[in-house]
Design a protein around this ligand. Sequence first.
Ligand SMILES: O=C[C@H](O)[C@@H](O)CC(=O)C(=O)O
Ligand SMILES: [Zn+2]
Length: 280
Amino acid sequence: MNTKHESRYASSPREVKGMDTQTLRDEFLIETLFEENKVLWTYTHYDRYMVGGAMPRGNAEVTLDTLDILRSDFFLQRREIGIINVGGAGTVVVDGTAYSLSKKEALYIGRGAKEVIFKAENNEEPFFYLNSATAHTSYPVRKISKSEAVVMEMGSPETSNHRMINKLIVNDLLDTCQVQMGLTELKSGSVWNTMPAHTHDRRMEAYFYFDLPEGQAVCHFMGEPQETRHIWMKNHQAIISPPWSIHSGAGTSNYSFIWGMAGENLDYSDMDIEAVSDIR
Ligand SMILES: O=C[C@H](O)[C@@H](O)CC(=O)C(=O)O
Ligand SMILES: [Zn+2]
């Protein structure tokens, strides 16, 4: 077995109010996503969303194995998956067809694909970030290069939140059952993501921070808009955001992050924005 997983149960706003630092981290932070030639998964009970990482090195062929908890014949029997590479060039082979992904390129694989293999290209060091949700039907495999992304410029240098949102696996570009993913890059000198913050009670979300220099950190904010908490995060860590929670962060330097979500209503703009002056 080249795969490992852990489970995270869903928490209510009432419980989260009473959590100390370590309990918050245990419930929401995913500290380790990558281990050489393994696929690591966190199975959440928020819309049964799974957050994972695959890190093939050298000539290894790392397969997407199913897990005992799924009780399925193969991983994608009842699921779909979104993949974004945040490292060097790598290949994902789906039922015999190879898709080459350079840094910041995405691949969607629909329900029913039986064999998925992760490989490094020419000794490069890919990091495949993975999000998976349950799927009611099968949609075609699709690679989305960065030039195909739907790009939105947000924020400004004056409010330290100038950033580019690249929508990659989204319903403007392709059909998925639930998974919607994209990549946001902060402009140099800007530190705030997703500020003004928002909630979307119809969808859970997960954030994965990357390109954060060694020794730097992102302070991620969560919780009900008037009852927030913070969690300090490092490079290549992810955080689960319950549907009722804000999800926003400020870095001690420049960084990028991947957002991924599932639930009902896949319309990106379906969010309730919280005025900055109302957050507590
Ligand atoms: O529901 C959407 C997600 O939270 C992100 O797309 C927000 C984001 O990337 C940003 O504002 O920087
Ligand atoms: Zn959101």
